[in-house]
Design a protein around this ligand. Structure first.
Ligand SMILES: Cc1cc2nc3c(=O)[nH]c(=O)nc-3n(C[C@H](O)[C@H](O)[C@H](O)COP(=O)(O)O)c2cc1C
Length: 381
């Protein structure tokens, strides 16, 4: 059963099923899929089930304080919106959806380098806080240009994604003949007929492009694009160079190991995002939630730690924070909402997660994020 209306959607899985119904198959699979056997994509979420919460009673909490500060930015909920490429492909609202969704709950929207709305357009759209995510292009002049544009447009922090030297082996994409922008062969036309709302939106609205690049790119697979444009040999020395060019708060995204986390902090990153790109890169890599305690121990209490991947419920957020994270982040929850219902869907999905965290903090008897410590969590068995 597919939830047909926005009001039918009560949780992330509902948006997922609604997105599957509305979107073209290659588009849904691009959002939903992972690499190889999708072990990590699946486990990112199921790993939360390895933990149980030990709630406190009669704690008098009726309005939990969900605010905190990450990289100097006050946020009103303990989550931020992870960067995701090419949102126009999912719905004509594109990155406008998640940018507004983040603003509506008082949190940060992270714009992808590969966004389909430009750095400047998204900056002009909402007053909400924004960070800019960077992949490292072969062309260092382009990197500097992008940093300058992000700074000028008011993005307050940089996210360097480091788990993407090449594209992971995402087998759904070649099976669907997926390219960006899409090429419409026989198979794609057949699937387009099964997705009339998506197809109408796609053919009648402006085409999909990487809006931060000056030139339109030809329709190639993500693998080919990344192999041509991005720098697979990027190293710690280059990361240091980049921090010098940015000279502001910076987060490194894609860390799994305590030694890398420690090195990142020593190199000058202020925050770590434990992430495996939503299971889209190295399959069988560790679920981020399983990395929290070791990494927290390695980097100490001052460095900031974000868990990215598999967050679907308010209780997932509580578990990550109880294990030692400062915040979490996610992409698919808002992407499914966007693909199913446009900006309205992204906004509702994010607001439901806000409500879920508040409800679960009350049920757990936790008055503030600072109070959420290891006493609230147990590893199962
Ligand atoms: C469709 C899609 C596109 C993505 N594009 C980017 C990107 O451009 N840059 C980036 O750093 N991460 C990207 N990611 C990874 C997300 O930022 C995030 O790490 C991951 O999706 C978290 O897992 P979740 O989707 O289970 O929340 C993308 C993820 C998806 C699903």
């Amino acid at each position: 059963m597919f939830p047909g209306r926005l009001t039918d959607c009560l949780n992330v899985e509902d948006y997922r099923r609604a997105a599957k119904r509305r979107a073209h198959k290659m588009v849904f699979d691009y959002i939903d899929g992972g690499s190889d056997d999708e072990v990590t994509r699946f486990e990112n979420h199921t790993a939360f089930d390895d933990y149980r919460l030990a709630h406190r009673v009669l704690s008098g909490v009726d309005k939990p304080n969900m605010s905190s500060t990450i990289m100097g930015q006050k946020i009103d909920v303990p989550f931020i919106l992870s960067p995701a490429a090419g949102n126009r492909l999912f719905h004509t609202d594109g990155e406008i959806g998640p940018a507004k969704a983040a603003d509506s709950v008082g949190t940060v929207y992270c714009l992808s380098t590969l966004s389909s709305r430009s750095i400047e357009e998204i900056a002009a759209l909402t007053k909400g806080p924004k960070w800019f995510q960077l992949y490292v292009w072969n062309d260092r002049v382009l990197v500097k240009e992008m940093l300058d544009r992000a700074k000028a447009a008011g993005y307050t922090a940089l996210i360097l994604t480091v788990d993407f030297p090449i594209t992971g082996n995402r087998e759904r994409d070649p099976k669907n003949g997926f390219t960006i922008p899409p090429k419409l062969g026989l198979k794609q036309v057949w699937h387009a007929m099964n997705a009339p709302l998506w197809s109408l939106d796609y053919v009648t609205k402006p085409s999909v492009k990487y809006a931060n690049l000056a030139e339109d790119t030809s329709a190639v697979s993500l693998n080919e694009f990344v192999a041509q444009q991005l720098s697979a040999d990027f190293s710690w020395d280059d990361a240091e160079w980049l921090l010098g060019e940015w000279s502001g708060p910076a987060l490194i995204k894609g860390i799994a190991r305590p030694d890398d986390a420690k090195r990142a902090i020593n190199t000058g990153f202020q925050a770590i995002s434990l992430s495996n790109h939503g299971g889209r890169q190295l399959d069988s890599s560790l679920a981020p939630i399983h990395c929290v305690q070791d990494v927290r121990q390695a980097i100490g209490s001052d460095a900031e730690l974000i868990v990215d991947g598999g967050i679907r419920r308010g209780t997932d957020v509580l578990k990550a924070l109880a294990l030692g994270a400062d915040a979490v982040s996610f992409a698919r929850p808002y992407l499914y909402g966007l693909a199913a219902f446009g900006a309205k869907g992204a906004i509702q999905a994010v607001q439901q997660l806000q409500d879920a965290v508040a409800r679960d903090m009350i049920l757990a008897g936790v008055g503030s994020l600072k109070a959420l410590n290891e006493s609230y969590i147990r590893r199962k068995n």
